[in-house]
Design a protein around this ligand. Structure first.
Ligand code: 3AT
Ligand code: MG
Length: 342
């Protein structure tokens, strides 16, 4: 049980709000930086076409979902014209020959094929911009979840701001790197979106539950339904925004939600439906942090977390709640050691 905190003051909330807004301004890439990414993509595509004639490259992840940082990696998916899915393709040998080809590209360094992972990729370093990137094949669900995240980002500016704050928080607390055993950016973004859907009144709707027809349309990709309502111009006819909280209040609310309100043992973090989903229903009771992918319903983003890492993440949230939720000028050092930046 957490100790009660002194009441929040309006002045502190105002400061907190401007810190959150500043975080977005400081870290969001501008038009030029986004253009650079598109430029690299086109250059790589024409280079790859020398050997793979029908190749098409597409950006996904944070270059496209609205929550990118200046230094975020370039997530690229390659598909071949006339080939709908990866079925029948030898992805590993394609990745290996793609790596051999990319080694001849004058602007790239550190080409590294990784063929043992669930999704085989070839990693690269783009020397002129200092950006890292990877190319995967037919990572089609990722293209769709990128589009879903981008739609949520477009509904309300507070979505983006809160996702930036959370990503910065996660990086500073060392809890946001899946390759080192913690949670991916994607996982944290799903946590933010879920919270914004659960807020009363909600800040965002559940796009996968809105449809114009009698029944929910079915758009199958790799066996999963990737349908969601993406006609955002018409969204106001279907869903009215009633939440007027500031980003600062929402950030504090998020820390409170995940430290006080949300029952991790009982419930799944799931952005595809508004009704509660239980860990029991999903048979995902062995993990504490359970995050369901919005499309691949067999995929738990928290599956790779050790007990130790889970504790570390929860402690970061509890510390965050104290730091951002206590209206005093100076914090005792044990609260701030995690987050010198703020
Ligand atoms: P960064 O700004 O790069 O940290 P990101 O959203 O690009 O944030 P990643 O580079 O880790 O995140 O991942 C790129 C995309 O790959 C995001 C999502 O579409 C997909 N993805 C990443 N991790 C998973 C996962 N565990 N399950 C399903 N899709 C994932
Ligand atoms: Mg990325």
């Amino acid at each position: 049980q957490l100790a009660p905190l002194p009441p929040m003051t309006p002045a502190f909330l105002k400061t907190l709000n401007s810190v959150c807004q500043q975080c977005y301004r400081d870290f969001a890439p501008d038009e030029v930086e986004l253009g650079v990414r598109e430029h690299i993509l086109l250059d790589l595509e024409s280079f790859v076409k020398r050997q793979f004639t029908g190749a098409r490259l597409r950006l996904f992840g944070s270059s496209k979902n609205g929550f990118g940082f200046k230094q975020s990696d370039l997530d690229i998916c390659m598909v071949l014209d006339g080939q709908e899915t990866a079925e029948g393709l030898d992805c590993i040998s394609i990745i290996e020959s793609l790596a051999r080809l990319l080694r001849k590209h004058p602007g790239l360094r550190n080409i590294l094929p990784i063929t043992t992972a669930k999704v085989p990729i070839v990693k690269f370093y783009h020397a002129r911009t200092g950006l890292e990137g990877d190319i995967s094949l037919y990572n089609t669900l990722a293209l769709h979840n990128t589009r879903l995240l981008a739609s949520y980002a477009a509904i309300d500016p507070r979505v983006k701001m809160l996702c930036y704050v959370t990503k910065v928080f996660a990086k500073l607390c060392d809890i946001g790197d899946a390759s080192r055993g913690s949670l991916s950016s994607y996982g944290f973004t799903l946590m933010v979106l879920f919270y914004l859907q659960q807020r009363n009144p909600p800040v965002i709707p559940v796009l996968q539950e809105i449809y114009d027809q009698e029944e929910k349309p079915e758009v199958l990709v790799d066996g999963w339904n990737v349908y969601f309502y993406d006609d955002l111009d018409k969204l106001p006819e279907r869903w009215q925004q009633r939440n007027v909280e500031s980003v600062g209040a929402l950030w504090l609310g998020l820390l409170q939600f995940y430290t006080e309100t949300f029952d991790f043992r009982e419930h799944v973090i799931s952005i595809r439906q508004s009704a509660a989903l239980t860990t029991f229903n999903k048979q995902w009771t062995s993990k504490y942090i359970v995050i369901e992918d919005p499309f691949d319903l067999n995929h738990n983003l928290g599956a790779g977390l050790s007990r130790r890492m889970t504790n570390f993440i929860m402690k970061a949230f509890i510390n965050g709640r104290r730091v951002f939720g206590t209206a005093v000028k100076a914090y005792p050092p044990e609260y701030t050691s995690h987050m010198e930046f703020f």
